[in-house]
Design a protein around this ligand. Structure first.
Ligand code: 6GU
Length: 241
């Protein structure tokens, strides 16, 4: 997979060199390009923002640098003719006004060949940038959840980690992916390791008994209990009597 990121804080993404995703990049599974939006300006101050039409607080990101950045990244990949974009690049703009990012979305996006992330700052990006990007690629506005961040960088980092680890070959043991929170619609069961007794706290005996059926049942029950108490919204609606 190829990932391009447009941001006014390129060093923020230095952290992508480390850990699992750093290894995936060394192995050639993942290719990442980080682009400084200010490199696509032409004035002495490298201006990327201006006052909003209609007034109001804050600044809005100007469309011109975004247009040039998208042109440089997308190149001739998709003609501007409204053709079928299936399989083409997907441009993602992090936004608290977007659809909520989920494990299902991460899995879907992990199958793409090319993702482009556009990190907005200030009060947002001139809306025409989304329309223009939509004429060149599939566009999605995506939110991490119901709270406000100062800019898209932290959100994009989270999305890249969630997506990147689902790309085949990135995680050494793919089986570790199937029993995680959210993969089967439930939160994951609690895990324990040695010692069996620690500071007066004991590991549930069933996990040490070697009865695999009993262990599976205990884990499933623990998942359901945990989900009921912390995230009842994830459970199917209760049966009416
Ligand atoms: Cl994706 N961006 C910003 N700026 N704030 C957010 C968010 C994204 N998701 C939740 N809050």
């Amino acid at each position: 997979m190829r990932i391009d990121i447009v941001t006014i804080f390129p060093t923020f993404f230095d952290a992508l060199d480390i850990s699992l995703l750093g290894r995936a990049r060394e192995d050639g599974i993942l290719e990442v390009g980080v682009h400084d939006l200010r490199d696509f300006t032409h004035d002495r101050h490298r201006t990327v923002d201006d006052k909003p039409y209609g007034g109001g607080a804050g600044m809005v990101m100007k469309p011109e640098p975004w247009g040039e950045a998208l042109d440089a990244i997308l190149g001739e990949q998709v003609p501007d003719d409204g053709a079928d974009r299936e399989g083409g690049p997907i441009v993602i703009f992090p936004s608290p006004a977007g659809e909520v990012f989920t494990q299902a979305m991460a899995r879907e996006l992990s199958a793409a060949d090319h993702l482009v992330f556009g990190c907005g700052r200030y009060e947002g990006i001139d809306h025409r940038v989304f329309d223009y990007a939509g004429s060149r690629a599939s566009v999605r506005l995506v939110s991490l959840g119901d709270y406000v961040l100062n800019g898209g960088e932290v959100a994009v980092m989270a999305m890249i980690e969630a997506i990147g680890r689902l790309i085949p070959g990135v995680i050494g043991n793919p089986e570790s992916l199937v029993e995680e929170s959210h993969e089967d619609g439930l939160l994951e069961y609690p895990s324990y390791t040695k010692p069996a007794s620690w500071r007066g706290l004991d590991v549930p005996p069933v996990l040490m008994g070697g009865n695999h059926g009993a262990i599976a049942t205990w884990r499933r029950d623990a998942q359901i209990e945990r989900t009921k108490s912390v995230r009842p919204d994830l459970l199917p609606p209760a049966q009416s009597p």
